[in-house]
Design a protein around this ligand. Structure first.
Ligand code: EPU
Length: 423
């Protein structure tokens, strides 16, 4: 297994290119299952989660060609051979559940293994299933699989009211509704940029969708969808992660491809902490010129609130802020696993349930630490960039799920970072 070694050093400067969004790509890929015609995605990120989704689609008989060094995915679901997503692949990644809606809508039946829990929380899929029931599907849980069947004649439009916001359930229901008979209204829908990106791609394929980006999405079902070519939206979480690098180490970095509207709540918190963010023709320029940053309180919320996927990285910044910050995690019940690792580096953090109180210390010290999930792992790298001495991060396979070329990107702005085989 590989490790990443980071040595704390001075200010960073330069540019970091930001890739297409993992979480948009993971819902755009299953959209290919809705149509017989090809769907091509450009600006795809090169990540292990994308390779897992590729394997899953191929196991159903879809063609997925990775072109231009993985940045273009040319897909066709013309000759699907199966509507069953097997446990062996689904267990590797929860987003696998996103094949259920498209398969059910196009073929009238599907069997998908239940994904199970994961390190950041239980993460059930009940809201996905309730949405399909509202469209007339019959569902049965048997042998660890969801067996879903549409009524004769296919899914019907219906009213789907989500009791709370779910990104994945909104995506799954939206894809299914495009081919349902009649009108579907998704109420309390997620408003994330990845949902808007999915809706825009589906519209190019011929879907009739209104209200994407608001909490009420209306879909008029059509008989069939065609092909399309679509550019994956910028990864706002990768963007926010790299914006924190100069915020933590000092200096000035331009993140290429970002806009403030993808991360408005996050940018407000950076401003309150004393970090300047400026929109440029090519992206966002982030600078920290003064001394220590100021403490700020953060509560994670669905978009447009502060994203849960940036909570760990923000905590890394606040470990050395002047004053005490309170971070509240409202989306996942177990998403502070980076805290004990940051404490190993000298941070002062108290976790009680969903609240972490971070007392800023003067500086962090390098230490051997363990990555526990994707965002936790990158928060340890960020903390290591500013710590005194060497930080060795193990279990970096988590990182490969969501960050392409992390070493190259950070080295490019002057960080001392290398990837080595574990000794
Ligand atoms: N939930 C349920 N029932 C459901 C669905 C969700 O109880 O049927 C709960 C979850 O357990 C969670 C909350 O609802 O407590 C919100 O979960 P959501 O469904 O919004 O999350 P998701 O679709 O499973 C996506 C991202 C996550 C990101 C969340 C929140 C993808 C592939 N994943 O997950 O990304 O944290 O939305 O924004 O889009 C990451 O990239 O590191 C990551 C975890």
């Amino acid at each position: 297994m590989d490790q990443i070694i980071v040595t704390g050093n001075g200010p960073l400067s330069g540019q970091i290119p930001i890739a297409g969004a993992k979480n948009a790509c993971l819902t755009l890929m299953p959209a290919t299952l809705l149509s017989e015609e090809p769907l091509t995605l450009t600006n795809a990120p090169r990540l292990s989660d994308i390779r897992t989704m590729t394997t899953l689609l191929q196991s159903l008989g879809a063609e997925v060609q990775s072109l231009q060094d993985g940045q273009v995915l040319a897909m066709s679901s013309h000759d699907l051979t199966s509507t069953r997503a097997e446990y062996d692949i689904v267990r590797k990644m929860r987003a696998s559940i996103l094949v259920l809606g498209p398969l059910l809508a196009r073929f009238g039946h599907a069997e998908v293994s239940l994904p199970g829990g994961c390190a950041i929380g239980a993460r059930p899929v009940d809201l996905h299933l309730k949405a399909f029931e509202a469209m007339g599907a019959e569902l049965e849980l048997r042998d660890g699989y969801v067996h879903a069947k549409a009524p004769v004649g296919g899914l019907r439009g219906g009213i789907v009211e989500f009791p709370f916001v779910s990104v994945g359930a909104t995506e799954n229901a939206l894809m299914a509704a495009t081919l349902a008979k009649g009108t579907t209204v998704l109420m309390n829908a997620a408003r994330e940029p990845e949902i808007v990106d999915l809706a825009q791609c589906l519209q190019k394929m011929g879907a009739q969708i209104d209200g994407e980006g608001t909490s009420e999405i209306t879909v008029q079902g059509v008989d069939r969808l065609g092909g399309a070519t679509h550019r994956v939206v910028t990864d706002r979480i990768e963007l926010g992660t790299y914006m924190l690098a100069p915020a933590i180490c000092g200096g000035e970095v331009e993140c290429l491809g970002g806009t403030i509207n993808l991360l408005a709540a996050f940018c407000e918190k950076l401003d309150a902490a004393g970090i300047s963010v400026e929109e440029t023709p090519n992206g966002l320029k982030v600078a920290r010129k003064g001394g220590r940053v100021s403490a700020v309180d953060v509560t994670t919320e669905p978009f447009p609130g502060f994203p849960t996927d940036l909570q760990a990285q923000m905590m890394a910044l606040l470990c050395t802020a002047e004053g005490t910050s309170v971070l509240e995690e409202k989306i996942f019940e177990n998403r502070f696993m980076h805290a004990p690792e940051l404490i190993r580096m000298g941070a002062s953090i108290d976790v009680h349930g969903g609240t972490a109180t971070v007392k800023g210390v003067d500086h962090l010290k390098g230490a051997p630490v363990m990555a526990t999930d994707l965002r936790a792992s990158v928060s340890l790298i960020l903390a290591g960039l500013a710590a005194e001495g060497e930080t060795v991060v193990s279990r970096v396979y988590h990182l490969d799920r969501g960050y392409e070329h992390v070493v190259r990107k950070l080295e490019g702005v002057g960080a001392k970072i290398e990837r080595v085989k574990e000794q």
